[in-house]
Design a protein around this ligand. Structure first.
Ligand SMILES: *Cc1c(COP(=O)(O)O)cnc(C)c1O
Length: 242
């Protein structure tokens, strides 16, 4: 294993970045005529060492997102997680469900009946209910997971009939766009289906959370109704993959 060397400058920049992102979220909410308290900041912690994550947590971050089951499980004991909500945001394989159910407060990346069934089954076995979001592939990209908007309602209805699993809303990662106007179209389309489904008042389908917006586009997401923005590199710096 490589020896870990603490980067003091990076530690300081996490603090500056975190505060700056918080105020940019507030500003964009106000600009959009929204209550800033309605938009939560998720610190996305994939590939980030615990000491930097803890700096954000100590500054008041109360929601973190991890992509990989194994990575989260190996870091969690080092994290200052008291009172912090943990979400899984990365693609989840059915064979990993057993390990993560009960370990996080929400799984944001549910995009198939098969995965939902396994979450339902494992949750029942553990005697708990697992909160989820359904991930939407708003740009219909082959490379991305998520359900297409036209198949969303059908998936929601199927999942809503399963036990021990609770739908809370939607999550998306839009295509990479050149500018705010382009990406804003995807966010607006997501917001529209979020509202459409909410208005249908489907049984056991709660539409409270719309998780969208990352480091490069969270302001546009806030302008388009997001209530969780998932920000990684703009807080912790560029990711190093090992
Ligand atoms: C990595 C990741 C993010 C954060 O990305 P940044 O561009 O670093 O802010 C958000 N959501 C998901 C699902 C991710 O995998």
């Amino acid at each position: 294993m490589e020896k870990f060397i603490l980067d003091e400058e990076r530690l300081k920049s996490v603090e500056d970045n975190y505060k700056a992102i918080k105020s940019r979220i507030e500003e964009s909410a106000v600009k959009a005529g929204r209550n800033p308290d309605d938009v939560r900041l998720m610190a996305v912690t994939k590939t980030v060492e615990s000491v930097y994550i803890n700096r954000a947590l100590d500054l008041g971050a109360d929601l973190i997102g991890e992509n990989r089951v194994q990575e989260y499980l190996s870091k969690k004991d080092e994290l200052h997680l008291h009172g912090v909500e943990k979400h899984l945001i990365g693609h989840l394989q059915t064979n990993k469900v057993k390990q993560i159910v009960g370990e996080v407060d929400m799984i944001e990346s549910v995009d198939s009946v098969k995965l939902a069934k396994e979450i339902s089954r494992v949750s029942a076995m553990k005697g708990i209910t697992t909160d989820i979001l359904v991930e939407v592939n708003v740009g219909k990209e082959e490379s991305k997971s998520g359900i297409y908007i036209e198949n969303l309602e059908e998936l929601l209805i199927e999942i809503s009939q399963m036990s021990n699993i609770k739908i809370n809303g939607l999550m998306t990662i839009p295509p990479i766009c050149d500018n705010e106007i382009e990406v804003g179209k995807y966010f607006a389309a997501m917001y529209q289906s979020f509202i459409d489904i909410k208005e249908k008042k489907l049984d056991n389908v709660n539409m409270d959370i719309l998780s969208m917006g990352m480091s490069g586009d969270f302001e546009s997401a806030v302008a388009n109704g997001s209530n969780i923005v998932r920000v990684g590199s703009a807080i912790f710096g560029a990711r190093k993959y090992f």
